[in-house]
Design a protein around this ligand. Structure first.
Ligand SMILES: Cc1ncc(COP(=O)(O)O)c(C=O)c1O
Length: 290
């Protein structure tokens, strides 16, 4: 069965789905996106993702192409037409539309471009030890509005490629002050040498991860206290536990940083507990599916 994409009001086979050459997403990276995980017909943290999409659009002054309710309907239709009944990802991309190439915003009547695609992914990880991965570190070369989920992902692409070439999954990004911001496509957390769970506070330097927010809400039940304080590369190297969060990684243990094992190179107890808590969250999330 060929995959189906939604483009500006039409559902088309992926191979026939197109945006215009002068689309500002293609010409300038002038657009935003979201990725929502789907588990057995249920979207994980859908409201958080749609809220963040609204915020990204607002920050860039891109007009929303359809109402929120209509968008919720479209993503369900794309899921349905792709017969995604197990695990999947839905991608939503909105650009400022197609217009004669000029940096300044096009005429107000220019219609934003809306693309929704979906694809199946492997089953939700059951075994936290098998889900563990390795990261490397490198300079954060991005702009200073990383809180906007823009389709401008060139530094992230280069960072992920460098990680892949080093046999790792992610790159933890280090700012000019030697502090960790986040990873190329995930937020980074540590249990520091003193046993405190830490992740960088929200600000322009990181994406406000929906998984980060959902996990933070689950911590009280786990009787774990979160310290939202930036940590340095040195602190990352000395951490007892390290893990990443994202809509596609969920809670993913990191057992090696730059080739050195984190503590004894095994998944630590806090990460194990939070992986289990997030798994329950994904499986029990209130169904928003049609
Ligand atoms: C740079 C960056 N940080 C963090 C995240 C995690 O965000 P979320 O949990 O909403 O997927 C992502 C997700 O793609 C990302 O690209």
């Amino acid at each position: 069965m060929s995959r189906i994409a939604y483009v500006n009001g039409r559902y088309l086979p992926l191979t026939a789905a197109q945006v215009r050459v002068e689309d500002r997403g293609f010409q300038f990276g002038d657009g935003v996106y979201e990725v929502v995980h789907l588990h057995r017909g249920r979207f994980t943290d859908e409201d958080k993702h749609l809220d963040r999409l609204d915020r990204s659009l607002g920050e860039l002054r891109i007009t929303r192409p359809v109402s929120r309710a209509a968008l919720a309907g479209i993503i369900r239709e794309v899921v349905e037409r792709n017969r995604l009944h197990a695990n999947g990802l839905v991608y939503i991309q909105i650009t400022r539309g197609a217009a004669r190439r000029e940096h300044v915003f096009p005429a107000a009547r220019t219609r934003p471009t809306l693309v929704v695609t979906a694809r199946a992914i492997p089953a939700f990880p059951r075994d936290v030890d098998a889900w563990a991965t390795a990261i490397i570190t490198g300079p954060d070369q991005r702009w200073d509005r990383c809180d906007i989920k823009s389709v401008n992902l060139l530094p992230n692409v280069l960072a992920k490629q460098a990680a892949r070439e080093a046999g790792a999954f992610e790159m933890a990004l280090v700012d000019a002050d030697g502090m960790i911001t986040e990873c190329a496509s995930s937020n980074l957390w540590i249990v520091d040498a003193e046993g405190r769970l830490r992740t960088r506070p929200l600000g322009h330097e990181i994406l406000p991860g929906c998984t980060r927010a959902a996990l933070a809400e689950l911590l009280a039940d786990e009787r774990v206290t979160l310290s939202e304080t930036a940590f340095s590369l040195e602190e990352l190297r000395r951490a007892r536990e390290v893990f990443i969060t994202s809509a596609t990684s969920f809670v993913r243990p990191v057992i090696a940083v730059d080739g050195d094992p984190v503590e004894d190179g095994k998944v630590g107890p806090v990460t194990r507990r939070l992986f289990a808590a997030f798994t329950r969250h994904v499986q029990g999330a209130l169904s928003n599916a049609a």
